[in-house]
Design a protein around this ligand. Structure first.
Ligand code: DC
Length: 231
């Protein structure tokens, strides 16, 4: 495919959006951006600076500190991935921790946080040739994206995948805790006032409950082929 595209991959928590989006980017030699990592980095900053206390996010403190939060991505050639940097510190590992997952939904509901992240995401997308995954990429960040994919899978399968992934990394986790975190984030992300998680009207649904990642790539290649034939 000659023309460089913007590909938006949205969907529920722990659907495998990032793994899928990353493979698409590799195949097309595009840039892959995990927009969730940006909201996670802001959440980590808030946790480290005491802006989250007694289960409550201090909204005003987060908003006030936004000008001192810098987020960018740098390519790690050994791992062949883009890693997330918060004020020049590599936080790729730390932003995946439970504590961050627990508070990322309330932090991502803050209007000013979203405005700053969306601005950054659009700047990154300006040269096209990008696959970005998140919750509002096809609806808000790039409403004119060339391809919009909305991913879903059954909640039990998503929790099981996340559990297996963490166990494989040697992290001791409780399945029920993961299940709860996934369902509460689905609810918070779908019901929030600003840019809620929802399928864009022109997005194509991919339910990968019973698909391997290879099968998902076959599905994607067919989609690209079909688009090529139609244009
Ligand atoms: O993709 P993820 O699970 O790492 O995202 C973490 C959280 O960030 C998710 O629960 C909601 C928020 N998020 C968002 O609001 N908008 C995005 N485009 C991406 C993530």
């Amino acid at each position: 495919m000659e023309k460089k595209l913007i590909i938006a991959v949205d969907g529920y928590s722990s659907c495998g959006k990032s793994s899928f989006a990353k493979l698409i980017a590799e195949e097309l030699d595009y840039l892959f951006i995990d927009s969730g990592a940006m909201y996670r980095a802001v959440t980590l900053f808030a946790l480290r600076n005491g802006f989250i206390e007694n289960n409550t996010v201090k909204r005003d403190e987060v908003v006030k500190s936004l000008s001192s939060i810098q987020i960018n991505f740098k390519f790690n050639p050994d791992q062949q991935i883009y890693e997330t940097f918060l004020n020049n510190e590599n936080v790729e590992e730390e932003i995946r921790q439970f504590e961050v997952s627990d508070y990322v939904s309330p932090v991502s509901q803050i209007k000013e946080v979203r405005e700053k992240m969306v601005e950054l995401q659009r700047e990154i997308g300006v040269f096209k040739g990008i696959v970005m995954d998140g919750r509002d990429i096809g609806t808000v960040v790039f409403p004119d994206a060339d391809i919009k994919i909305f991913m879903t899978a059954s909640p039990e399968i998503r929790a099981k995948r996340r559990y297996d992934e963490l166990i494989a990394k040697g992290i001791d986790v409780d399945y029920e805790k993961i299940n709860l975190n996934i369902s509460s984030r689905d609810k918070a992300d779908s019901e929030r006032e600003i840019s809620p998680l929802k399928k864009a009207d022109d997005a194509i649904v991919l339910d990968n409950s019973n698909m391997t990642i290879q099968e998902q790539m076959i599905w994607f290649r067919k989609l690209i082929e079909k688009m090529g034939n139609e244009n």
